[in-house]
Ligand binder design. Structure first.
Ligand code: SF4
Ligand code: SF4
Length: 480
């Protein structure tokens, strides 16, 4: 009942532009019919978004979202319009693993309310609930199909609060972030060797149009992704250079809840970018992409479009160049491939738009709030690239685009709960095999890592590639 009423009064951008008086009259009439909705209406009139003293998002800002969770489970199941059955019907990897609502956005919303009113405290159990979550955004997008709440921000601010209270992050996150603090990268490797992957035959520009932010993984570990990306930039005749004095984007800080450290890293990286004079950053890592595009603005309480730089993913750039005839994939890659949308390059990467307004009856926002529904994000470029490669047959996962299933590694889960990360990857590999794919392509080195490890570890004969590797192979004929 609550669900139906709330949907009718949902404050989408267009609805918020509608006449305020008409909306009030209509909500008064409907309120007579429902005691339950009266509770929400009276609560919501009192609810003001807290204008924090800090620019860092606060749990109180999302009290309304936690309070109005009605347990409809839109955050848990893939919308029935897209869902082909029970086996691949779940969208929440945490609930899939632990099979209890506590480990979903529903349970975590209740936990947030309890922590805000003092019913609960941060302890081993509550931290376990908070951190056994990939921050994959599937719940957030699902909820926006129903109630337009922001459960994703409830989850993020829960972690920020845990750290503020001195209870988070978990030891595994601390170990990783200590390495970043000491060396500037998540592997504790030397900063001087960060660019060693760059092949000698590839020349960078002294007057670049853009700088390539490689990310820790492809700088030190999956260097083939960096090499393929440089090859694509070179083949497309882009004037580019490496990001100067590159250090970690700070994603591991943010997902661990260490917002102060993430903000410090953001300021350091933005200052370095400004010094370079470049205005465009290209990334090949979905996590770096989302961090620059969404989390830096979020931490600074600014809209993405006012950050003074533009971030693009290599798949966006390459797809554009292919469409313009400036990149010509000619060598065949004979594989049937399923494209795995990385959460951070998909539903999580809508521009950040701050909102510090008030809510009236039925939660109507003033000024109108712009919702991030995973609708203005680059789902298509990677698909366009794969479709342009001769011999390659692109097939789709059952859960794709905004319904993509996380590989399991996100949100610090790979470090703190490796078993959950591996089981989730295995579930994704099984989905790929069930749709008849011979291989999976992704556009994030961390998806690549987790899926590759589990495919080998659990004897699933399926190839795992990055889109850049496949494209570069088709451009050069050097094979994959
Ligand atoms: S978080 Fe949103 S989608 Fe999930 S149960 Fe609550 S209201 Fe429904
Ligand atoms: S972010 Fe992902 S793992 Fe966490 S509760 Fe939401 S759907 Fe589940």
């Amino acid at each position: 009942m609550v669900k139906t009423k709330s949907v009718k009064t949902k404050s989408s951008e267009s609805k918020a532009k509608a006449s305020k008086s008409a909306s009030v009259k209509s909500t008064k009439a409907k309120a007579k019919k429902s005691t339950a909705t009266k509770v929400i209406a009276s609560k919501s009139t009192k609810t003001k978004s807290v204008k924090a003293k800090t620019t860092i998002p606060q749990l109180e800002d999302y009290h309304w979202d936690a309070f109005n969770c009605c347990g409809c489970k839109g955050c848990v199941w893939v919308d029935h319009v897209y869902c082909s059955g029970v086996k691949y019907g779940m969208r929440c990897p945490s609930l899939h693993e632990y099979e209890m609502d506590t480990y979903s956005a529903i349970g975590r919303s209740k936990l947030a309310l309890g922590l805000l009113d003092g019913t609960f405290d941060f302890n081993e159990t509550t931290l376990d609930i908070i951190y056994k979550c990939c921050l994959c955004g599937a719940c957030d997008i699902g909820c926006k199909r129903n109630l337009d709440l922001d459960p994703g921000m409830v989850l993020e601010t829960l972690r920020i609060r845990a750290v503020e209270k001195g209870k988070g992050p978990l030891p595994a996150h601390k170990k990783l972030t200590d390495k970043i603090a000491k060396s500037g990268n998540r592997y504790g490797s030397s900063a001087a060797s960060r660019g060693n992957w760059l092949p000698k035959n590839i020349k960078t520009s002294k007057k670049p149009d853009m700088v390539y932010f490689v990310g820790c993984n492809s700088s030190y570990k999956d260097k083939n992704i960096a090499i393929a990306t440089a090859g694509i930039l070179d083949a497309a005749k882009v004037k580019w250079d490496l990001f100067p004095e590159e250090a970690c984007c700070g994603h591991p800080y943010y997902v661990a809840g260490m917002a102060d450290a993430a903000l410090k890293q953001a300021k350091r990286n933005i200052a370095t970018l400004k010094k370079s004079g470049a205005k465009t950053i290209v990334t090949s890592c979905a996590e770096c992409y989302k961090t620059w595009k969404v989390d830096y603005p979020k931490l600074m309480d600014k809209p993405t479009e006012e950050m003074g730089y533009k971030v693009i993913h290599i798949t966006e750039l390459a797809a554009e160049k292919i469409a313009a005839g400036k990149l010509k994939p000619t060598h065949p890659v004979n594989l049937k491939i399923a494209y795995h949308d990385p959460c951070n390059l998909a539903r999580l990467s809508d521009d950040w738009v701050p909102w510090h307004g008030t809510r009236g009856k039925w939660g109507v926002t003033e000024p109108p709030k712009q919702y991030r529904r995973g609708s203005d994000v680059p789902y298509q470029p990677a698909r366009d690239i794969l479709n342009a490669i001769p011999g390659l047959e692109l097939t789709e996962f059952i859960r794709m685009k905004e319904n993509t299933m996380c590989c399991g590694a996100g949100g610090g889960v790979a470090e703190a709960y490796p078993e959950m990360a591996r089981n989730t990857a295995d579930h994704r590999l099984e989905e790929a095999q069930d749709i008849g794919a011979e291989a999976i392509a992704s556009a994030c080195p961390y998806c690549n890592d987790n899926l590759s490890y589990v495919a080998a570890d659990r004897d699933r004969p399926i190839g795992i590639y990055d889109v850049t590797e496949l494209l570069n192979a088709s451009l050069t004929g050097r094979g994959i």
